[in-house]
Design a protein around this ligand. Sequence first.
Ligand SMILES: C[S@@+](CC[C@H](N)C(=O)[O-])C[C@H]1O[C@@H](n2cnc3c(N)ncnc32)[C@H](O)[C@@H]1O
Length: 237
Amino acid sequence: MFSTNTNKYKLFNEDALSLLSRLPNSSIDLILTDPPYNIALNSTGNIKLTNGKTINNDIAEWDKKSINPLDYVKDFKRVISPKGNIFIFTSYSLLGKWHEAFDKEFKTFQIFVWHKTTPTESVYKNSFLNSCELVVCLWNKHHTWNFLGQKEMHNFFECPSCRYPEKISSPNHPTQKPLVLIEHLIRIASNPNEIVLDPFMGVGPTGEAALNLNRRFIGCDICKDYCDASLKRLSKF
Ligand SMILES: C[S@@+](CC[C@H](N)C(=O)[O-])C[C@H]1O[C@@H](n2cnc3c(N)ncnc32)[C@H](O)[C@@H]1O
């Protein structure tokens, strides 16, 4: 276990629910997070390609532990400020559960789509590529919303998956999100100096994006290697 505390960011290596239980009421301006998708629970295993390589269909060990959105409603609602916003990346398999747990608790429940222009290719031409990721968006009346024009208001954003040199190689995080996407969401849904929380931060793109945009950051991950990578990434600020 470690925790890091500067004026700009605080990082915690622990279970998300344990950190959430200590955060004061209405203390967070934006929750932007990317919890496990539980895709690995339905996986048929890694796929072997003809060139001898494999496509990682299992994602990671951390994705195999079942996550229940109902466990997060009470604390997400308690810690978010009245004008705050919540963005939660999720998968088709958990979308229904996030909706069931959160829709009735907030004025608005919307879906935002990230279109990856560089999805993992499929050797078989028998399905669509998984080129879109879903983000659940939640807020109440009078929430912060910084739009400049109609074009930015589309619930759709297009950019490549995270690639070298931004992609961290050690530890390799299979679902590292690109900064340009995260910065887009933070810019729209929060203001400078406000606090952004990511209780499933992985290798810390939400933290770096928040600090790039002069917000403050609270991050947490259960995996020590990912926390170390986040700390390394944020120590330049
Ligand atoms: C989808 S990944 C997040 C990736 C992150 N957005 C990034 O770009 O690096 C989900 C993360 O949740 C972490 N995790 C899983 N269960 C957790 C829990 N109970 N509490 C905190 N973190 C957890 C995993 O270690 C993993 O890094």
